[in-house]
Design a protein around this ligand. Structure first.
Ligand SMILES: Nc1ncnc2c1ncn2[C@@H]1O[C@H](COP(=O)(O)OP(=O)(O)OP(=O)(O)O)[C@@H](O)[C@H]1O
Ligand SMILES: [Mg+2]
Length: 122
């Protein structure tokens, strides 16, 4: 039987974090977006995962997307607007909570952004 886990989180920042990931999943998608949000309980952590089937992020640029104002150059193909601030904010908010964020991505296949949140023990 599944139990309800508790976490320590600022509700506004947690909402912003998830909205940023969803916004990106939609913005960097292809013709028919397929976006999945899952929350799984694994070994004392909640794993929040937002997966898309979009344009992906080149392997060597995965770290850079967290930099302030950084946007992956895509030429004229994907004309999406943005400031390059969403993931900068997201990573800082994740770090401020003591959580971890990671990216799995394959170019032209899609991206999974994952956040690991420790569950509250008491
Ligand atoms: N799910 C994704 N799929 C493909 N590329 C992504 C994805 N999420 C982020 N990126 C890349 O990382 C860059 C940085 O993302 P970030 O959210 O910080 O900025 P942004 O979306 O460009 O602008 P905004 O400040 O409006 O969020 C994006 O410009 C894009 O190149
Ligand atoms: Mg964004």
């Amino acid at each position: 039987m599944s139990q309800i886990e508790k976490i320590d989180a600022d509700p506004i920042h947690l909402t912003n974090i998830v909205l940023n990931l969803l916004d990106n999943a939609l913005k960097y998608s292809v013709e028919v977006p397929f976006i999945e949000v899952t929350v799984t309980d694994s070994k004392g952590f909640l794993m929040v995962r937002v997966t898309d089937n979009g344009i992906g992020i080149p392997k060597k640029l995965k770290k850079r997307v967290f930099e302030k104002f950084y946007r992956v150059p895509t030429g004229n193909i994907h004309n999406t607007k943005g400031f390059g601030l969403g993931l900068y904010y997201t990573r800082n908010a994740v770090k401020a909570h003591g959580w971890k964020i990671s990216i799995e991505s394959i170019e032209d296949r899609g991206t999974a952004m994952q956040i690991l949140i420790p569950v509250k023990t008491s």
